[in-house]
Design a protein around this ligand. Structure first.
Ligand SMILES: [Zn+2]
Length: 246
């Protein structure tokens, strides 16, 4: 009994701490200091139990507001993507659908750029999944990989195979388009690097729709129940920055 009370008290303490942090973050936003809002808002998100869906969605939304004001669209969209799943009818959903493209990534100024960033993300994720800590070891390595991906993109566009394809079909093509990363770039031996690429197909996620018991189609409604297409929801592409920086 005493133990149960202890846990209830601890939950209350945690709840208060989270609510205070949320208040502090919103105050900093009101003072036009999004940089100072970031830490308390992150604390507010961390302190919120996953079972409190509405509270957590609210906190993720405010964290996204701060990130957007700091021009960190990739991380903001990541926050909004989580928030809209928790509350499909809340304002996070509106903010999310307003900002994302067909790949669930921040919308760019031109559709060609949306395509390029989707392709870049798929290929960079594939490369980084074979690297320690999923990170580039240096800026030189990042530049070299970016150059290789950009060259491959030029080849893909030049092939004319993208013409007339919808986003879902483009995604399938992007995922199957082979980009050869030389082993000297990754620092792995050629054998290891290739082995991982062939066997595990890193970056390739095969999702199952548990309701229908078959693979989840990219254009089908997401099985999480959000009502969005899978490619814009749980199957969205993460920008490399999402998993490299934080
Ligand atoms: Zn989903």
């Amino acid at each position: 009994m005493a133990m149960a009370k202890y846990f209830t008290d601890m939950r209350d303490v945690e709840k208060r701490r989270g609510a205070n942090a949320l208040g502090a973050g919103k105050r900093e936003l009101a003072r036009h200091r999004p940089d100072l809002a970031l830490a308390p808002l992150r604390e507010a998100v961390a302190a919120c139990p996953a079972s409190h869906a509405a509270d957590l969605a609210e906190r993720l939304y405010w964290l996204a507001v701060a990130l957007l004001r700091l021009d960190r669209a990739e991380l903001a969209v990541k926050s909004l993507a989580s928030a809209q799943k928790l509350r499909p009818r809340g304002h996070a959903r509106r903010a999310y659908t307003l900002r994302v493209n067909d790949y669930g990534m921040p919308r760019r100024s031109k559709p060609e750029l949306d395509d390029f960033y989707a392709f870049y993300s798929i290929q960079a994720c594939r490369y980084l999944s074979a690297r320690a800590g999923n990170r580039f070891g240096s800026n030189g390595e990042k530049d070299a990989v970016t150059r290789i991906i950009a060259e491959s993109w030029t080849g893909l566009r030049g092939s004319g195979r993208l013409a007339g394809l919808c986003s879902g079909k483009k995604l399938v093509l992007f995922k199957s388009w082979p980009v050869a990363f030389p082993s000297f770039v990754s620092g792995l031996s050629g054998h290891q690097g290739q082995g991982k690429g062939q066997k595990g197909q890193p970056g390739e996620i095969v999702a199952g729709n548990f309701k229908s018991g078959r693979a989840q189609g990219l254009d089908e409604r997401c099985s999480c129940g959000s009502g969005l297409a899978y490619r814009c929801c749980c199957g969205r592409l993460a920008s490399p920055r999402e998993f490299m920086c934080e």
